[in-house]
Design a protein around this ligand. Structure first.
Ligand code: PMP
Length: 360
């Protein structure tokens, strides 16, 4: 067969993204909302989709949605940018602010997509590792930014997969440390009810990432957005794919956002269930559970238990969680997303039985 020339050299060390999403009875591995969009809202979505002209290109910037989100957040349309999921916007940030000769400050362990995007765009990665308890080494991060050579940084709040949030005072110190673009990834903020939105007016170098994938049950639809300064978003508009947010997704997201108050009881339930899962994990032997403000919980086994083996046994019981045991800094850790009450019960019961048999 005729051979193909090599792809761009930065791809050599990259594996295609694999969410390890294998069918199971209890799917609690991807931080999704366990409940789909409520039936009445789906009916309204169906009516909205019927009106979408499929032969026409969508509104490139999704202005209808931008206006809704801007108004809800007390901002102007130019301070909102929509994307095909938060993931697309993260890539746009790397394209616009990274690149050869430029630097991204990363605070691992955190969401792996940031590093991938930096590698794809030939951006140098500067890591400031979190402490052993996963708290950010705030002094080290601020000090590193003060050197003035970092082009962009992303701080995740709540952090994925560790679950902790940042403080406003730390974010302010970051923003004051230099003119670096500071992205606060608030993909899970509805479960922590903490945002740094109030800092947008004071800081041109702040951008906040949000998504419809978690609290609003739209992981399958692909809608994310940024809030931030017009200056930063203007640069991102230059690199974004003009029609990445399709007309059907725009129509769906508009209906869901108009009904966002109806998602609040579901969010409350996830928060209550999170506390139950944290307590349940805390009562198990060999297990250290990390506090979480998100819709997932990270936990670590001591040396008597092998996390990868537990992951396999949970999967054999048709419970799918996420295995981080081979990720740097997350040795022997698993992450469980908060499911329905029944799913959480089944997870805790299965894990309890697996741990009971250790050493027997
Ligand atoms: N940021 C974080 C921290 C995430 O965990 C995710 C989803 N895994 C995203 C952004 C992107 O989510 P989406 O592309 O579904 O909006």
């Amino acid at each position: 067969m005729k051979q193909l020339r090599p792809a761009a050299p930065q791809l050599a060390s990259i594996e295609p993204y694999d969410p390890k999403y294998i069918p199971a009875d209890v799917m609690i591995s991807a931080n999704e909302n366990p409940l789909d969009v409520p039936f009445e809202i789906r009916r309204e979505i169906e009516r909205a989709i019927r009106k979408v002209p499929f032969n026409r290109y969508p509104d490139p910037l999704a202005n209808g949605l931008r206006d809704l989100i801007a108004e809800a957040n007390g901002l102007d349309r130019d301070q909102v940018l929509m994307g095909n999921g938060g993931d697309e916007l993260l890539f746009d940030i790397a394209l616009a602010y990274g690149g050869p000769g430029r630097k991204f400050l990363n605070v691992p362990p955190t969401f792996s997509v940031y590093v991938n995007n930096a590698q794809l765009t030939n951006t140098e990665i500067v890591n400031v590792q979190r402490r052993r308890d996963f708290r950010i080494d705030e002094f080290a991060v601020v000090k590193r930014l003060e050197l003035g050579d970092i082009d962009y940084t992303i701080i995740t709040s709540p952090n994925n997969p560790t679950g902790d949030i940042v403080s406003s005072s730390f974010v302010k110190r970051l923003l004051n440390a230099s003119d670096t673009l500071v992205v606060i990834d608030e993909a899970y903020f509805e479960f922590s009810r903490f945002t740094v939105r109030h800092l947008i007016e004071q800081f041109e170098n702040l951008v906040i990432l949000r998504t419809f994938s978690k609290a609003f049950s739209l992981a399958g639809v692909r809608i994310g957005y940024l809030l931030g300064s017009e200056a930063a978003l203007r640069e991102l508009k230059k690199v974004r794919q003009p029609y990445s947010v399709d007309a059907v997704s725009q129509a769906i997201a508009r209906v869901v956002y108009e009904h966002r108050a109806e998602f609040e009881p579901g969010i409350d339930t996830i928060i209550e269930q999170r506390e139950r899962v944290i307590d349940g994990l805390g009562a198990l032997p060999y297990t250290q559970v990390f506090p979480s403000q998100a819709n997932y919980v990270l936990f670590r086994f001591d040396q008597r238990v092998d996390a990868a083996d537990v992951w396999k046994k949970l999967f054999d019981a048709s419970v799918l969680v996420r295995d981080f045991s081979r990720a740097p800094g997350l040795e022997n850790c698993l992450r469980v997303s908060i499911g329905t009450e029944e799913e959480n019960d089944r997870f805790l019961k299965s894990l309890g039985a697996i741990l009971d048999s250790v050493g027997k």
